[in-house]
Design a protein. Structure first.
Length: 387
C-alpha cells in the first residue's frame, strides 16, 4: 500500500506529533509499505537523512497556506504520486485548513477517490485553535460557527478521525455529535514490545521531566514546587530535558533557580537523545502539564519504572491511577505538587512499588509500537474496503 503521512510541522522538530509520524513512517516502511511524506521541512532538506531514505517522495507544506488552491494542488500531487490512503496529523482540533469549508486537502482527495483518515494529537477546548489565543471571548464566539462548520466539512470527507486518548475521544464525539461515529481511539507509543521487564535498581536522587519547555507543559510549576522543598532534601536535583520551545520558560526557570540559590540543583539539560537512560536512572518523573493529550514521555517513564507524578489534565489520568501506580495533582497547584514530591522523596518503598506497578500497567494495556501499528493498519484496511 502507498500511504501518505501528512503533518504541518517539520518532522525535524522532534515534538510529540513529529516523533509519532516518524515512528509510523519507520514501521510502515519496515513492513513493505511505500510512504509519501508531507511535512513542513524545506524541499530537499531530508535528502541524505535516515528519514529521507525511507520516503518514496516528499512534499514540503507551508502551514500558513489556509486556502483553497494550495489544498487542491497538494491533493492532486498526492493522487499523482499513487497514494492509496492519506493520513493527516493535526496538532490540535483545527489544522490543515479545516477552520473553513473547502480549504482542506482532505476534501479534494476525497473527490479524487483517495480515502483519508486523520489524527488529532491534542484536544483542549472547542474555542482553541481556530484563531489567536489572545482574541477576546466574544470574538471567538462569533467565529465558532464558521470554524465548527469547517471542521464538520472536513469530517464529512474523512473516513475516520483518531483521538489518542479516551479523554479526547469523548470530547470530540460530544462536540461533533452529528458525525460522532467518525471518531475512533488509538493509544500512541514508541515502546517496543518484549523490552526489559521492571528491574529493581538503585536510582539517583533525581526528579526528571522530559519534553519541550513551554508554559503548557508546566515545568515552571515543577521548578517552583521543587524550590519549596529543596532545602529539606539537599541531595536531590531537578533535571529538565528538552528544547526551550517558547523562548521564555527556560529563562524563567533559570531566574527562579538563581533567586533561590538552586543554580546547581535545577538543571536544564537541553535536547537529549538519551531520554530512556535518564528515565532508568531517575527516582521520580513528573508530568505537570496544564493540558496533555496522553503524554508520550510520561508513558515511557512509567514503562522504565519511574515513580511518577502527573497533573489531572487530558489523558494523564488514563495513565496514572492515583495512589495505585503514581500520584495525581491539580494542574498549576504548586503546593500539591510540592507535597507529592516530598511524599515520594521520603518513601523509597512507595517509589519502588509505584515504579513496578507503572511498568506493569503499560505492558498489560499493550501500549507498544507493535499494537499501535497493527491498529493503524487494521484501520487503513477497513477504510479501503469501504471505499
Amino acid at each position: 500500500m502507498t500511504i501518505a503521512l501528512c503533518l504541518e510541522y517539520p518532522i525535524a522538530l522532534r515534538g510529540g506529533v513529529s516523533v509519532l509520524v516518524e515512528t509510523l513512517l519507520e514501521e510502515f516502511s519496515r513492513r513493505g509499505h511505500a510512504v509519501v511524506l508531507v511535512s513542513g521541512d524545506p524541499p530537499g532538506s531530508l535528502a541524505g537523512s535516515e528519514i529521507g531514505g525511507l520516503v518514496q517522495k516528499h512534499f514540503s507544506w507551508d502551514a500558513g497556506k489556509t486556502a483553497r488552491q494550495p489544498a487542491r494542488q497538494l491533493a492532486h500531487q498526492l493522487a499523482a504520486a499513487g497514494v492509496e490512503l492519506a493520513h493527516f496529523h493535526l496538532g490540535g482540533n483545527f489544522g490543515w485548513g479545516n477552520r473553513f469549508p473547502f480549504c482542506s486537502p482532505i476534501f479534494f482527495l476525497d473527490r479524487l477517490g483517495v480515502p483519508c483518515v486523520s489524527t488529532v494529537h491534542l484536544v483542549v477546548g472547542i474555542f482553541d485553535g481556530y484563531c489567536g489565543p489572545q482574541k477576546p471571548s466574544w470574538f471567538k464566539a462569533l467565529l465558532l460557527p464558521l470554524a465548527w462548520g469547517g471542521k464538520m466539512h472536513q469530517l464529512a470527507h474523512t473516513r475516520r478521525e483518531v483521538a489518542v486518548s479516551r479523554h479526547d475521544f469523548q470530547k470530540l464525539r460530544r462536540w461533533y455529535r452529528p458525525l460522532q461515529n467518525r471518531f475512533t481511539q488509538i493509544y500512541h507509543s514508541r515502546l517496543r514490545g518484549g523490552a526489559e521487564e521492571f528491574q529493581k535498581a538503585k536510582r539517583e536522587p533525581v526528579i526528571l521531566n522530559v519534553g519541550h519547555l513551554a508554559w503548557r507543559k508546566g515545568q515552571l510549576v515543577l521548578a517552583e514546587a521543587f524550590a519549596q522543598i529543596a532545602g529539606r532534601h539537599p541531595d536531590w536535583t531537578l533535571q529538565l530535558a528538552g528544547q526551550d520551545l517558547d523562548g521564555e520558560t527556560g529563562a524563567k526557570i533559570l531566574q527562579l533557580a538563581k533567586m533561590r540559590g538552586l543554580e546547581q540543583r535545577i538543571k536544564l539539560l537541553g535536547e537529549r537523545t538519551d531520554a530512556a537512560d535518564l528515565m532508568r536512572r531517575a527516582a521520580i518523573y513528573v508530568q505537570p502539564s496544564f493540558w496533555e493529550a496522553l503524554g508520550l514521555a510520561l508513558q515511557e517513564a512509567m514503562y522504565h519504572g519511574c515513580a511518577c507524578i502527573g497533573s489531572r489534565a487530558g489523558g494523564i489520568p488514563e495513565l496514572i491511577a492515583d495512589d495505585e501506580v503514581g500520584l495525581l495533582v491539580e494542574p498549576g497547584n504548586v503546593a500539591q505538587l510540592a507535597a507529592a514530591l516530598e511524599k515520594l522523596i521520603n518513601d523509597a518503598r512507595l517509589r519502588e512499588n509505584f515504579g513496578r506497578a507503572a511498568a506493569r500497567s503499560i505492558r498489560e494495556r499493550g501500549m507498544t509500537v507493535e499494537t499501535m501499528i497493527q491498529r493503524h493498519l487494521n484501520l487503513y484496511e477497513a477504510v479501503r474496503r469501504k471505499s
